[in-house]
Design a protein around this ligand. Structure first.
Ligand SMILES: Nc1nc2c(ncn2[C@@H]2O[C@H](COP(=O)(O)OP(=O)(O)OP(=O)(O)O)[C@@H](O)[C@H]2O)c(=O)[nH]1
Ligand SMILES: [Mg+2]
Length: 348
């Protein structure tokens, strides 16, 4: 194994030297900015130091392993890619100084399964363009391509999720939005009959927004309520919050509701730990979810859970809530809005 340290004026120039001296099989071990020369700390020049290695006697097996790790993204200008060594694998998690801000982002638990892929995207784009702005554009585009948003497609829309995440408040926001902004006829059903206060909470909203509310104590009453509201454009169904880390509650939910002809959204609070959110999401594998509603975006400094969950579950986002005020604290972001929101919050 030959290891070589190269100092050059730019990353692009350093990569050219690696290619010239060590060939296309070179592995980049580390990249950092250094100050060279000068006199008592004055007039030092800023350079790029790149440590690369190459196996001088690669066995057949090893050669096989060293397949290209970094694929050329198809969107990158082909003229610029000519100068980049074809086979480079990045074995170091360190990023060049210009991309340091991304290191914290890649540490996010929500990005755990994507960190390697995103790390490679960042480095390959930087080496091809030497332009942090272009890197950010590619990073945003990658997120935008993976994350999906959706809208309601069925007449019946059911919200489920852990206790206190904001299901009832969100139902009120949705009811106001569909009735007042979209001019639709809206009905409400609640199957949360465990607490009087829960019924009263929704009844108050129903009165203010001026939409009918039906209370269903069992499956037959639920079916009856659905029929009675069958003329509405949209019927929003509120359910009792449960500790869905306990799989038994997911089974109970499926027993109490008929999901045919219903859009089901899992409501999750962005203030919860990603690991818990991911576990809850996995409990719902057998429920035909149409997507997520994320709440309490106003109470957290980072929103990466949105990306992690949506991408892992391959499920779209319906909306995001941003406060306690009904009806205004709700957002209907596009894919582009979402990826921008994630980045902006991540940088704060
Ligand atoms: N900060 C903030 N608070 C919210 C948001 N959405 C709801 N809340 C608050 O969260 C609390 C619980 O809201 P609910 O709508 O009752 O939650 P729920 O999921 O229906 O609760 P259960 O039915 O008991 O499971 C209330 O104090 C709401 O005002 C939000 O987007 N941001
Ligand atoms: Mg509730």
């Amino acid at each position: 194994m030959m290891v070589k340290k190269i100092i050059a004026n730019s990353v692009g120039e350093a990569m050219e030297l690696v290619k010239r001296d060590l060939g296309d099989e070179a592995i980049i071990l580390n990249t950092r900015h250094v100050k060279v020369g000068g006199w008592f700390g004055l007039f030092a020049q800023k350079k790029v130091e790149l440590v690369a290695s190459v196996d001088e006697n690669p066995s057949k097996e090893k050669k096989k392993e060293r397949r290209p790790v970094v694929e050329r993204p198809s969107r990158v200008n082909p003229e610029r890619t000519q100068a980049v060594p074809k086979v480079i694998s990045f074995s170091s998690r360190r990023l060049p100084e210009e991309l340091q801000a991304y290191e914290t982002i890649l540490e996010e638990p929500a990005l755990h399964n994507r960190a390697e892929q995103l790390h490679e995207l960042l480095l390959s784009t930087f080496y091809k363009t030497n332009d942090p702005t272009q890197v950010q554009t590619e990073f945003l585009t990658a997120m935008e391509q993976e994350i999906q948003v959706t809208s309601v497609t069925s007449r019946y829309v059911l919200l489920t999720g852990p206790t206190g995440v904001g299901k009832t408040t969100t139902i009120a926001k949705l009811a106001a939005y569909y009735r007042l902004t979209e001019g639709k006829t809206v009905g409400l059903i609640t199957t949360d009959t465990y607490r009087i206060s829960a019924i009263e909470q929704l009844r108050t909203y129903a009165e203010i927004i001026d939409v009918p509310l039906h209370i269903a104590y069992n499956l037959s009453e639920f079916e009856q309520a659905k029929q009675q509201l069958a003329d509405c454009d949209i019927v929003l169904i509120d359910t009792a919050g449960r500790n869905f880390l306990d799989e038994g509650y997911v089974t109970q939910l499926t027993a109490r509701h008929d999901f045919a002809d219903t859009d089901v959204f899992l409501v999750l609070s962005l203030t919860a730990k990603y690991r818990d959110l991911e576990q809850i999401r996995q409990r719902f594998t057998h429920v035909p979810l149409n997507g997520f509603i994320f709440t309490k975006a106003d109470e957290t400094t980072e929103l990466w859970s949105i990306y992690g969950l949506a991408v892992e579950a391959k499920l779209p986002v319906l909306c995001i809530t941003t406060g306690q005020e009904v009806p205004e604290d709700i957002l209907w972001p596009s894919k582009a809005d979402l990826s921008r929101m994630l980045m902006e919050r991540g940088e704060q």
